[in-house]
Design a protein around this ligand. Structure first.
Ligand code: NAD
Ligand code: GLY
Length: 367
């Protein structure tokens, strides 16, 4: 078991990474159960695959699990389901001192975190992430959100959980495509500032994706350590350090927008293609050795992740894709900050990117 602290003063919390941790959740979570009860919000897929384990473990600790089961999928991060969730929590008489458990992927974590941040002006919540993406990224750091007609994640808050409990064995029931998409966020930490970890990824990705428990646990622990350090340094993305976590996201967001934010291109898949594009664009600008950009592309290709417009199923031209970027929520005073790289592990934030040039690059990259 590893315990990784997220040092945020009064909002500090621990991330527990433990193979089989869900079966010990009763012991770990019992102190958070007021009157011997915990409300657990999850989705229907996770309820079928993992809720019985949590229920059994809580029972052994004499804690009653009160489930709220929502539909799976990105559409659950909506006003409608937020209202439904808040009404359900109010009906269960959740108080400000209570802890609500989010058991699921990034959709459940983001929705429950946002609901917790506004319920009675804030109750506590605990993240028990069950997708690789949520275990290495979204469950840590307190970004919460829902989507609206105007776009993804436009309504939300920074609201830290009280605890993150990660059991890599929950990934046994996750569809392989979802695991691969989450793996892109692991690669991201290597590309940002840890070239040794990128090398580890090249050597161990196949084992990790095949479900090797040690490879999964090592990668998750290393990822959350990296994220915890960045969040502790720049909780609200004001200094620019946390923005590094958006590597691949500006390109990726445009690809996701073009494909309709649906199963054609999962979020992690968009990030994978976006990171490959960011490295090739950095090479085109003469910032990054072409060999590093080629190495990034080759690794993503080797693990079966999208790494260009064709493998991301994107048909739009460069101008149309840049058009999507203009709606990015990171747009500030007419400028879109871009994550570029001077090499593997040398990502930096640039405010000098000319979007017309990005459009030309995208058309040339497709050709
Ligand atoms: P998700 O929550 O939709 O989960 C993907 C699918 O896997 C769903 O069908 C879900 O029901 C299923 N599932 C989850 N765990 C399972 C398990 N153990 N066994 C079987 N099925 C399981 O998707 P995701 O990729 O985890 O999260 C994507 C969301 O995360 C997006 O909304 C994105 O905006 C958000 N996100 C947030 C942050 C943040 O910092 N808050 C960071 C990255 C992404
Ligand atoms: N996933 C990006 C962040 O947490 O800042």
């Amino acid at each position: 078991m590893a315990i990784v602290p997220v040092a945020l003063g009064a909002r500090s919390y621990n991330i527990i990474v433990e193979q089989g941790g869900l079966d010990r959740a009763g012991d770990i979570l019992a102190p958070y159960a007021r009157k011997g009860r915990l409300v657990v919000v999850t989705d229907a897929h996770v309820a079928a695959a993992q809720l019985p384990r949590l229920d059994a473990s809580l029972r052994r600790a004499n804690v009653t699990l009160e489930p709220i089961i929502l539909p799976p999928g990105e559409q659950t991060k909506s006003w409608q389901h937020l209202e439904q969730l808040l009404d359900a929590l109010l009906a269960l008489e959740i108080e400000r001192g209570d802890h609500v458990v989010a058991l699921g992927g990034g959709v459940i974590g983001d929705l429950v975190g946002f609901a917790a941040s506004i319920l009675k002006r804030g109750c506590h919540f605990i993240q028990v992430p069950t997708t690789l993406l949520a275990q290495v990224d979204s469950s840590v750091g307190g970004k919460t959100a829902i989507n609206t007609a105007a776009g993804k994640n436009l309504i939300g808050s920074f609201y830290q959980p009280a605890l993150v409990l990660i059991d890599p064995s929950t990934l046994d029931s996750l569809p392989p495509r979802e695991t691969r998409a989450g793996y892109a966020e692991i690669v991201k930490y290597g590309l940002i500032d840890d070239p040794d970890f990128f090398g580890w990824c090249e050597a161990n990705a196949q084992a990790l994706l095949a479900g090797d428990p040690d490879a999964r646990t090592i990668a998750i622990e290393r990822s959350v350590r990296a994220k915890a350090a960045i969040v502790a340094d720049d909780e609200r993305e004001t200094s620019g350090r946390r923005a590094l976590l958006n590597l691949g996201h500006t390109f990726g967001h445009a690809l996701e927008a073009d494909t309709g934010f649906c199963d054609t291109l999962l979020h992690g898949e968009g990030v994978a293609a976006g990171m490959a594009l960011a490295f090739r664009y950095s090479a085109r600008l003469g910032l990054c050795p072409q060999s590093d950009a080629d190495r990034v592309t080759a690794h993503l290709r080797a693990v079966g992740l999208p790494h260009d417009l064709a493998t991301a199923h994107v048909t739009a031209n460069g101008v149309a894709l840049v058009g999507h970027m203009l709606h990015d929520k990171k747009m500030a005073a007419g400028t879109l900050p871009f994550l570029l790289a001077r090499g593997i592990g040398q990502t930096f934030l640039s405010k000098d990117v000319v979007l017309d040039d990005v459009a030309k690059f995208l058309d040339a990259d497709r050709a």
